[in-house]
Design a protein around this ligand. Structure first.
Ligand SMILES: CSCCC(=O)C(=O)COP(=O)(O)O
Ligand SMILES: [Zn+2]
Length: 215
């Protein structure tokens, strides 16, 4: 492994996080949610560092050596490898919420189509679905779960600013779509983050089906 670690991070800790990130990537890839090297995945390592996928790798074939360390500004630490092109979106989550420890970003067909369909409205409004309760803090199907759709850009600071603006307006945020691109979601651990991602994939699929059936 060409990853050098700061003295404060035990090798076993980084290896554990890297293995968890790589395993999640392989499993989500097996579902067909990471086509053509797309998607990126990370876990917090400590207050100042995260383990994230190296840019451009086939997410269905990741191992420990495909994961690298970054600081909370998204800069590589202890390696010449290039972190995900979207690293700033991950470190934003870790900076804003100290209790969040995993971030998943995928490009499933359902997520991609939904992002285009709802881009004009600027959000997907979910209500009436029992599976909303899979999102932490939601206890009834009657509540409204808003998933914003932000315009796509290759300039990450622009997306970071849109997320900040949404949060600074006091709106709850558990996930967001990027138009024509995919979804980001996060959680306190990998299991919670996986649950959020699976629930959102299911709910977006239901919304798309409803529109197809009522067309
Ligand atoms: C070929 S996918 C385009 C980039 C992208 O959206 C993505 O999720 C993967 O980028 P990364 O740099 O993390 O491999
Ligand atoms: Zn992406």
């Amino acid at each position: 492994m060409s990853q050098a670690l700061p003295e404060t991070i035990p090798t076993t800790l980084f290896a554990e996080r890297a293995d968890a990130v790589a395993a999640a990537a392989r499993e989500l890839s097996a579902l067909g949610w990471t086509p053509a090297t797309s998607s990126n995945f990370s876990m917090r390592v400590d207050a100042d560092h995260a383990a994230i996928t190296i840019s451009g790798r086939d997410k269905g074939r990741l191992g420990r050596d495909d994961i690298m360390l970054v600081d909370m500004q998204g800069k590589a630490v202890g390696t010449d490898a290039r972190p995900s092109a979207e690293t700033e979106l991950h470190t934003q989550v870790y900076r804003r919420w100290p209790q969040m420890n995993a971030v998943l970003h995928t490009h499933s067909r359902t997520q991609s189509v939904a992002s285009r369909l709802f881009a004009k409205a600027g959000m997907v409004r979910l209500q009436g679905w029992e599976l909303q309760k899979a999102i932490t803090g939601y206890t009834t199907h009657e509540s409204v779960l808003q998933i914003p759709v932000f315009p796509n850009t290759q300039h990450m600071p622009e997306l970071v600013a849109r997320v900040d603006a949404w949060l600074d307006a006091g709106k709850p945020l558990h996930a967001y779509l990027i138009d024509g691109h995919g979804i980001y979601t996060w959680g306190r651990d990998m299991a919670e983050t996986r649950r959020h991602l699976e629930a959102l994939e299911f709910l977006l699929g239901c919304e798309l089906d409803l529109r197809r059936l009522s067309a």
